[in-house]
Ligand binder design. Sequence first.
Ligand code: PGA
Length: 246
Amino acid sequence: MRRPIVIANWKMNGDMRFTRRLLQDICKSWNGVHEAEVAVCPPFPYLAATQMLLEQTNIYWGAQNMSDRDNGAFTGEISAEMLNELGCKYVLVGHSERREFQRESSELVAKKFKKAVESQLVPVLCVGESLEQRENEQTYDVIARQLLKVVDHCGLDMVAKGIVAYEPIWAIGTGKSATPQMAQDVHSYIREILGPEGDQIRILYGGSVKPDNAEALFSQKDIDGALVGGASLKAEDFVEICRAAE
Ligand code: PGA
C-alpha cells in the first residue's frame, strides 16, 4: 500500500512572519492522526524556524533543492548534510523551474537524487513536459528520458527510495491543471518504466492543484498525492487538498 502524500512547495515566497503564521495555521487544522502524509518545503532561510514549529507535529518538512556535492568551494550551495541537520525528510530535485532558470541538466538532477538517498533524505524527482512537447506528442519521450537518466545513474533499487512528481510545465502556476485522465496516463506510464519497483513508488501530480480539482485527481489509481505550489500558500486551501488525499 502506498501512503498518500501532499507536499507544499512554497518556492521563493513569504517572509519570516508569513511563514510562521502559515505553519501555525496548517498545524491547527492538521492535528491528529491522518491517513495522508503532509510535508512542506519552505525557502532555505526558514527551515530552522520550520523545524522548531513542526518538530512535535505529524507534519514533515523538506528543502526545494540541494547540491550534489558534499562540501567545499561551492559558493551559495547547500549540502544534504546541512539539510539533515535541519531535520529535513524530503528534498525536491529537478523542479522544472530549476531545470529552466538554473539550467540544471538531467545528469545533475540524477547526481542530486543519488546524493540525497545516500544521505538518508527522500528525493522528490520532478519530471514533466513543456506545452510545445505535449503538442508535438513528445510527452512520453520526455518523461522517459528524464526518468531513465536517474534510473541509469542510481539503479531501480535506489529510485524506489524516492518519490516521483509528474509536473507538466504548462500546468505549473497557470491555473490550467492536467485532466485527471491525462495525469493518470502519464503516471501509469511512469510506473511501467520503473518495472517491478513501479508498484511501490509514490507518484505525485503537480501543476495547478487546487481544492476544487484535488479529489478528482486523487481518485485516479496511479496518483498518490500532489506537489502543490500556489495553493499551498493558503493554509485553508492546502489543508483542503490534504484532506482530499485521504
Ligand atoms: P502550482 O506549482 O501548484 O502553483 O502550479 C506546482 C509546482 O511547481 O510544484
